[in-house]
Design a protein around this ligand. Structure first.
Ligand code: SF4
Ligand code: SF4
Ligand code: FES
Length: 528
């Protein structure tokens, strides 16, 4: 693109032809206040919050819809601009309710923030405010409050341009204009909750999250969605050691600004319910508590005693865990059959915008670490049902969910020795000879490799219950007892071993992965 030189507030900025003033300013780290503009949506130009002064232009211009031109001089904070911004804010707040104390957007509301920064004047509006619909359910994940809406149309444009489902529109005119569902529709497309993120005010809020916790109490941890192998970048937001919500983290290489609803809410299923807090070993009367020392001894003895060993790893296990699991199983039984749980489903055109057909976020990484995937898992389940194995080590999965549940359950019951490592007492765990309490995705550190070969970092957002250990630590302790003098302990050290031993990961470090991840192809190409 042709370079274009402009000045913004006296600062020289080199940008490109075709860019708008708001984009050029953002690239230079200058934030021009805005509501309706969003980098991934078509321009609407309706909120007027982004007005700027441009030399030689008689009127203020909206920065979101004005293209840069050589020599353009832009002022974002001149007296004229500040006065216009104040007027826009006053206008937007005329009918706005005094809802902040009970509004779930408070603390991350652009009206609040811009009022404090650009307005700070008492209301001069003495008349009766317009009342509108409140608490209207738009869909399973979205609730609408008409009085708080500033008609920026971000939600409408998202549904028209990104999902193409078009459930919402603007109806009526003037101060009666409002956002509404098309008659007979429900806002329930696979990406519906993104409108809650897009809404700059408290007009659209998340039914799952609202009224649970004030946003300023949230602890935010950058991590990766465990919902499928797209590997969307998320901020895991927690309060009092519980995950309260996922928010998207922008990564143009993966998920842009979006998350699918399935992934956004998958933490409920993966983290809630009563946790296992100590190892259990089968005795005469059933599963009984044991120490880690006892349980790990029984595991090693049991796995070694029975020929034909199967190892099933969850697709939510990290690369570090898969690396140690493969190493452990090969050490115990070099001929062991290993597979990562994997199942595909058919996606429709809207789901395909982001979602992968599996629910195994790290199936590709597990395969890189030596745990087979794809067809291998079906083959392993078939052989399990045919009675080909005497023992199995199942990590973080319920194999019954992946095929003929009755036949798989019967096959697991027939095994001479079954180890189940999981966070909760699952149906599979009830059949086990030893149950080992582990941690879930939100409690561990490590890496996932997504479907397209991008290595990304998972960070612990909450603390595991006492008594549970990360899968990697359980494998490491077993490896040690099996006679391997492994020098690594922390996930970073295991990752260093991966980078040394697995060719595609050669030379990688956590620092190189950073917060946005790194594609393996880049690792290979630069000979890292
Ligand atoms: S509901 Fe929110 S995103 Fe939609 S038009 Fe109103 S303020 Fe904008
Ligand atoms: S597309 Fe996959 S990775 Fe992305 S949010 Fe959905 S489930 Fe999570
Ligand atoms: S951001 Fe430019 S008019 Fe709304």
């Amino acid at each position: 693109m042709d370079p274009v030189k402009i000045t913004i507030d006296g600062r020289e900025v080199t940008t490109a032809k075709g860019k708008t003033v708001i984009q050029a300013a953002a690239d230079a780290g200058i934030l021009i206040p805005h509501y309706c503009y969003h980098p991934k949506l078509p321009i609407a130009g309706n909120c007027r919050m982004c007005l700027v002064e441009i030399e030689k232009m008689p009127k203020l211009q909206i920065a979101c819809n004005t293209q840069v031109a050589e020599g353009m001089a832009v002022l974002t904070g001149s007296p004229k601009v500040l006065a216009a911004r104040k007027a826009v804010m006053e206008f937007l707040l005329i009918n706005h309710p005094l809802d902040c104390p009970i509004c779930d957007q408070a603390g991350e509301c652009w009206l609040q923030d811009y009022y404090m920064k650009h307005d700070l004047q008492p209301s001069r509006f003495a008349e009766r405010k317009e009342h509108e619909r409140k608490r209207e359910i738009f869909g399973p994940n979205v609730v609408f409050d008409g009085e708080r809406c500033i008609k920026c149309t971000r939600c409408v444009r998202f549904l028209q341009e990104v999902t193409g489902t078009g459930e919402l529109t603007v109806v009526n005119r003037g101060d009666r204009s409002t956002i509404a569902l098309f008659p007979g529709t429900v806002l329930d497309n696979p990406f519906s909750a993104n409108v809650n993120d897009l809404c700059p005010v408290g007009a659209l809020t998340d039914r799952d999250f609202r009224f649970k916790v004030r946003v300023w109490y949230l602890q935010k941890t950058p991590s990766i969605c465990p919902g499928c192998s797209t590997g969307c970048n998320v901020s895991v937001e927690s309060y009092q050691n519980r995950i309260a919500r996922f928010k998207p983290r922008v990564n143009e290489e993966v998920n842009s600004y979006w998350l699918c609803d399935e992934g956004r809410y998958c933490f409920h299923e993966l983290t809630e319910g009563e946790r296992l807090t100590g190892p259990l070993v089968r005795q005469e009367g059933g599963l009984a508590p044991a120490t880690w020392e006892e349980a790990l001894q029984v595991v090693l003895r049991g796995l070694r005693a029975v020929p034909a060993l199967a190892g099933i790893l969850s697709g939510r296990n990290t690369n570090e865990e898969a690396f140690l699991f493969a190493r452990l199983m090969r050490r115990i039984a070099p001929g062991a059959s290993l597979a990562v749980a994997y199942r595909e489903r058919t996606l429709d055109a809207v789901q395909k915008i982001l979602m992968s057909p599996d629910r195994s976020p790290n199936f590709r990484g597990a395969r890189d670490m030596g745990v087979d995937s794809d067809g291998a898992f079906d083959g392993l389940l078939r052989r399990l049902c045919d009675g080909a194995f005497g023992a199995a080590y199942v990590v973080g999965e319920e194999p019954e969910r992946y095929g003929d549940a009755g036949a798989i359950r019967a096959a697991l019951e027939r095994l001479s020795f079954l180890v189940v490592q999981d966070t909760r007492m699952t149906e599979t765990a009830r059949l086990a000879h030893v149950v080992l309490p582990a941690t879930h995705f939100g409690e561990k550190e490590g890496t996932y490799t997504n479907r397209r070969g991008r290595v990304q970092k998972l960070n612990p957002a909450v603390v595991p219950p006492p008594g549970a250990l990360p899968d990697s630590e359980i494998f490491r302790r077993l490896l040690e007892r099996a006679g391997e003098k492994a020098s690594f302990r922390a996930p970073a050290e295991i990752f260093a071993a991966i980078a040394a031993e697995v060719p595609a990961y050669r030379g990688l470090t956590y620092e190189k992965i950073g917060e946005r991840g790194i594609p393996l192809s880049e690792t290979e190409a630069r000979g890292a």
